[in-house]
Structures are given as C-alpha cells and as structure tokens.
Design a protein around this ligand. Structure first.
Ligand SMILES: Cc1cc2nc3c(=O)[nH]c(=O)nc-3n(C[C@H](O)[C@H](O)[C@H](O)COP(=O)(O)OP(=O)(O)OC[C@H]3O[C@@H](n4cnc5c(N)ncnc54)[C@H](O)[C@@H]3O)c2cc1C
Ligand code: FES
Length: 263
C-alpha cells in the first residue's frame, strides 16, 4: 500500500452531479470537484445526498457511505461506480445532473507502485472494479486487467477499464467461471508480477491464498462498514498479523502478506 498518510479531513464539500450513466447493473455518477485534492488510486470518499438522506420514516440512510474513486478527469470531475444494495446506494443512484451531494475525501491509503519492476495485474470482482479503473489510468492502458462478474448485465461495468479479460459466474460473457481462474493462468506463466485486487471477501481470500502459494506480492483494497471514514469511530477495524487496524486510515489497501486471511 502507499506510504502516504491520509490527508486530514478538510471538511465535507457540497458538490454537484454533472452526469449519471448506467452500465448494465451499475450506475456511474460523475461529480464536479475541481477544488478538491486529487485522489490517489485506491482512495475513497464518504458520500451523502444533500437532500432526502435520513430524517424520513426510518431515518435511513442517515450516515454517509464509502465509495472508491473510480476515475478523476483532468477538470477535477470524479466518477463513482454504484451498485444498489441498500438505502444509501439506492438514493445516490437516483441522483441526476444538477442534484447535489456531500463529499468528504479523498480518504485512506491507496495502491503503491509495483516493486522490483514487477508486472502489475489488476483483479476485480463486481463493483470492486472501481478503484482498479483509476489505477489502470495511472499505470497505463496496457496494464492487464482480469474482471469477474455474476452475469452479462454486471459485466457491462467492465467498460470502465481498457481491454480487460472478463469472467462471469454463469458464462454469459467471457470465461465461464471465477476471475481467480484467470489469475491462476497468468501466474502459471509469469511469477514476476504484483497483484492489485478489489472485490468481495471470498474473492480477495482466494487471491491472497493464490499469491501466497506463488510467492507473488499482492495489494488488496478491502471493505468494512464505515461510519466516519477518518479514524474516529473504530467501526471499520479488521485483524492483521500485527493486530487490529482501522481500514479507513490504515487501508483500505492492505498488503496481502500482512493478513492471515480475508473475511
Ligand atoms: C473503502 C470502501 C470503498 C467502497 N467502494 C464502493 C464502490 O465503489 N461502489 C459501491 O457500490 N460500494 C462501495 N463500497 C460499499 C458501500 O460503502 C456499501 O455497500 C454501502 O454501505 C451501501 O450502503 P447502503 O445504504 O446502500 O446499504 P446498507 O444498508 O448499508 O448495506 C446493504 C447490505 O450490504 C452490507 N454491507 C454494507 N456495507 C458493506 C461493506 N462495506 N462490506 C460488506 N458488506 C457491506 C450490509 O450488511 C447490508 O447487508 C465501498 C466500501 C468501502 C468501505
Ligand atoms: S470508519 Fe470510523 S474509524 Fe474507520
């Protein structure tokens, strides 16, 4: 992971949505943030809609939600990839151009460059492809990207990356099977690689175990429930070999070798 400590929160900013696009099962929200600090790939932001965010009958979603920065454009526009899994993502996903939201970030520690001139390989699962898009922007369009999805509707999200190899659980697009099978094939022919992965915990655990078995370093962008995003609530702690760490300030990118297992 990057050595850079997270920036102290500068206060949340009220920023406008400038575009909303659908990619199959996902929504990409573009937000104008020209005055905000440029995020490092792998960093995230806490987002909340400026209106209708709690205070209703059941007070949900109320707390902001964490989202990886998927891309930063030259004019400071930030893209976020959303999958509707609950009240927060549902509300954010219905925002349109001109609507406003609160953004706090960039937060956390992002990816570090490959060591020893290793070949970077990006491995993403589902909405976890988001931080890999901005990382591929930085590393170069030729960077190998292996992306796994449930089905063809979700695989439409693969358009965020350049020339990816795609796997789907149901075989409706690309390789029929798990994205880690594509990774195993890559590692069988090239161990001088460094793996950058983001996805659901079982996928990350499979990546961790595969890389450990091949002696290949890996950086994992992880998730946990986050209430504040900047180290105050301890709601996001995860176990490492060195003890518990707060994922929002010590991650979300962690060295796979520092973890006994994921999940
Ligand atoms: C660093 C980080 C980056 C993230 N990036 C993205 C992103 O780019 N795009 C995106 O769509 N989502 C991302 N997430 C996940 C997103 O923050 C959660 O899914 C969010 O809580 C959903 O809010 P909700 O109100 O829609 O659903 P909730 O009601 O909060 O949750 C719906 C369901 O998902 C489960 N859940 C919630 N949060 C998590 C989590 N972090 N890990 C595992 N299960 C969870 C809940 O237990 C519940 O079952 C990220 C999370 C983190 C920590
Ligand atoms: S989310 Fe509050 S300490 Fe990490």
């Amino acid at each position: 992971m990057s050595d850079a400590r997270t920036l102290a929160p500068l206060g949340r900013r009220r920023v406008p949505v400038v575009a909303r696009r659908e990619y199959g099962a996902y929504v990409v929200l573009s937000i104008a943030d020209p005055d905000g600090p440029a995020p490092d790939p792998g960093q995230f932001a806490m987002l909340a809609a400026a209106t209708r965010w709690g205070g209703g009958a059941d007070e949900r979603p109320f707390l902001p939600r964490a989202f990886s920065v998927a891309r930063r454009h030259d004019d400071g526009t930030l893209d976020f990839l959303l999958e509707d899994v609950g009240p927060g993502t549902e509300r954010l996903g219905e925002l349109e151009s001109g609507d406003e939201l609160w953004l706090l970030g960039p937060l956390g520690r992002g990816f570090a460059m490959p060591r020893d001139a290793r070949r970077p390989i990006l491995v993403g699962g589902g909405v976890g492809i988001a931080p890999l898009a901005i990382w591929q922007d930085r590393l170069g369009a030729g960077t190998t990207a292996l992306l796994g999805f449930r089905d063809a509707a979700h695989a439409e999200g693969s358009a965020l990356l350049e020339d990816p190899m795609v796997a789907t659980d149901d075989g409706s697009r690309g390789h029929h099977g798990l994205v880690t099978e594509l990774l195993a094939t890559e590692l069988a022919s090239d161990r001088h690689a460094e793996i950058y992965a983001c996805g659901p915990p079982p996928m990350l655990e499979a990546v961790r175990a595969l890389c450990a078995g091949h002696g290949v370093p890996a950086q994992l962008a992880m998730e946990s429930g986050m209430a504040c995003g900047f180290g105050a609530c301890f709601g996001c702690v995860v176990p490492t070999r060195a003890g518990y760490v707060r994922l929002c300030v010590d991650g979300p990118v962690l060295e796979a070798a520092d973890l006994e297992m994921v999940g």
